[in-house]
Structure formats: C-alpha cells, structure tokens
Design a protein around this ligand. Structure first.
Ligand code: ADP
Ligand code: MG
Length: 276
C-alpha cells in the first residue's frame, strides 16, 4: 500500500467539486464529480432540531472529515446518509440520480455506501480470514457462506484485504483474541470486501494506541481516491494528517468548511469547538 499518497490540490468544493477518484459503480452517475449531495436537510426528534438546513457536497475520491462538539449532529448526519434516519425535509442524492431518502438501508448499502460504527462488531469466535469471507458473501447466511467453496479470485481478494488492513499475520487467529485496534482494522477490512464507493467512519481511532492511529491514517490515505471517505473524528492530529477538507458542525448546522487550516482560523470554530 502506498502510505502517503500525494494529495492533489483540491477544488473549492460545492456543486463544482471535481472528481478525483475511480470510475463509479455501475448505475451510479457521477458525471459532475460529486458523489454525495445533501441539500437543506432537517431532522428533528420530538421537536429537538438535530440537523437544520444542512447542505454538504462530497467529491468522488475525496476524504472529508466532520468535526464538531458532542451533540452537533455528526452521527445523525451519517444516519441520514445510510437511511437509518429519514430527514423531515431536504434532499440526499448519491451520484446524480439515487435518491437516498427513498431507499431502504439495505438498498443504500448495496448501492455502495458502507458504514463503520464506533464499536467493532466482528464475529469473535471466527478467524480473521473467516470474518472477511463472511463479509464477502454477506448476502448468504453464516453457515452457507463458510461451507461454500471459495474461488481462487475470492481467496485472493481476502488475502489482499488482510494485507491492506495489516492483519496478514493474524489470518487464522480468532477475532476475539485481537486487540481493540486490530478488531477495528478487521471491521474496516470487512467493509472493504463489499468495495463500497463511499465509506462512513464514526470516530475510528477512539481508543487506539498512537501506532494504531498512525496506521489508520496511512490506511485511509491509501483508500482515498479509489473510495470516498467521510470520517467523524475528534483527534485533530489525525484529522490534519488525513483530511482533504473539513466540515465543522455545530448545533446541527454547518459552521465552517474548508481546509483544516482554514477552519482552525475561523473565529466561530475557535469559539465553539477548538478553544483558544
Ligand atoms: P454527535 O454525533 O455530533 O455527537 P448526534 O448526531 O449523535 O451528535 O446527536 C445530535 C443531537 O440529536 C443530540 O442532542 C442527540 O441527543 C440528539 N439525538 C440523536 N439521535 C436521537 C434520537 N434517535 N432521538 C432523540 N434525540 C436524538
Ligand atoms: Mg456521534
């Protein structure tokens, strides 16, 4: 894996964001280089406004970090993208034509949006290899998957993925014996088995050692361009290493957006989040 992929300068963003990455999944229309368009999203829970008039555009191949204080609406934003939460108003498109507000969570996952939650959810009794094997054949049941013979190509994909996430030496180890960080890497590997166009990662380095955090940064930089990534994270050092652009949320609204240096210099961001 190419650890520190050179970063091309980024366009200003918005509707004119230029795509940087691979060609899209079949059926996904990204001819304007925008992979995800959220416009005027509102979400309330019993009258509490979790997201207010939120608009956000993500370019093809872009790595975006979402930062902001607790309760800002970061997880809710991911819930809207994955179909877990329906917005009360606004539009959410994947590519030019896929209306996420009309698709089920399953349909959204199948269209190429993969999500990693904060807590790893691997099968502890199964080996690293078996976990990846299951993720590859996610549409079958557990036992049917493990009994079906793997093609050479499938085996190769699993082996490639183990190398990408740094678990090649732990191939036969039960996932339950991995460290917290390694479980996170395995889960990212499981996501990659579905080759999603967009990966959503909620606080991926929380609880990781410094070395694991550094490895995660290299991993994400290696995945960007071929995939688009949206990463919620509080660790500013980590954000600085990986982000193309940063969006700051506060009380359900976009407070600022730009390079990390730009948002760090923004008085309002300093006021509500970063401190002086
Ligand atoms: P963040 O991830 O930025 O910390 P969240 O998106 O989890 O913030 O939450 C935003 C706000 O919405 C919080 O005040 C939270 O309590 C509220 N909230 C989130 N999900 C629900 C829900 N299902 N029901 C009620 N309130 C919710
Ligand atoms: Mg959250």
């Amino acid at each position: 894996m190419n650890a520190h992929t050179a970063r091309e300068p980024l366009p200003a963003g918005g509707r004119d964001a230029i795509g940087l990455g691979r060609t899209a999944h079949p059926g996904l229309d990204v001819r304007h280089g925008t992979l995800l368009s959220l416009e005027g999203i509102h979400v309330s829970f019993d009258g509490f406004r979790a997201l207010t008039d939120l608009s956000l555009y993500l370019g093809v191949g872009e790595l975006r970090c979402i930062i902001g204080p607790n309760g800002a609406g970061k997880t809710t934003l991911m819930d809207v993208i994955t179909g877990k939460t329906r917005p009360d108003a606004g539009s959410a498109f994947f590519g030019e034509t896929l209306d996420l507000t009309r698709m089920s969570e399953c349909e959204i996952a199948r269209a190429g949006i993969g999500r990693k939650f904060q807590k790893p959810t691997v099968f502890e009794a199964l080996s690293v290899f078996e976990n990846l094997e299951l993720a590859q054949k996610a549409d079958k049941g557990v036992w049917a998957s493990l009994r079906a013979r793997l093609s050479g190509e499938q085996r190769e994909r699993i082996e490639e993925t183990m190398i990408t996430v740094g678990l090649e030496d732990d191939c036969r180890r039960p996932a339950g014996l991995l460290s917290h960080g390694q479980k996170q890497f395995l889960e990212i590997g499981m996501l990659l088995m579905q080759d999603p166009q967009l990966l959503l990662l909620d606080e991926p380095v929380a609880g990781m050692s410094d070395a694991e955090t550094e490895f995660t940064a290299e991993l994400f930089r290696g995945l960007a361009r071929r995939h688009s990534l949206m990463v919620v994270e509080h660790d500013m050092g980590f954000v600085e290493t990986i982000a193309d652009r940063v969006t700051v949320l506060h009380q359900g609204r976009v407070l600022a957006e730009g390079s990390l240096a730009q948002v760090q210099a923004d008085e309002r961001v300093i006021e509500v989040y970063l401190g002086r």
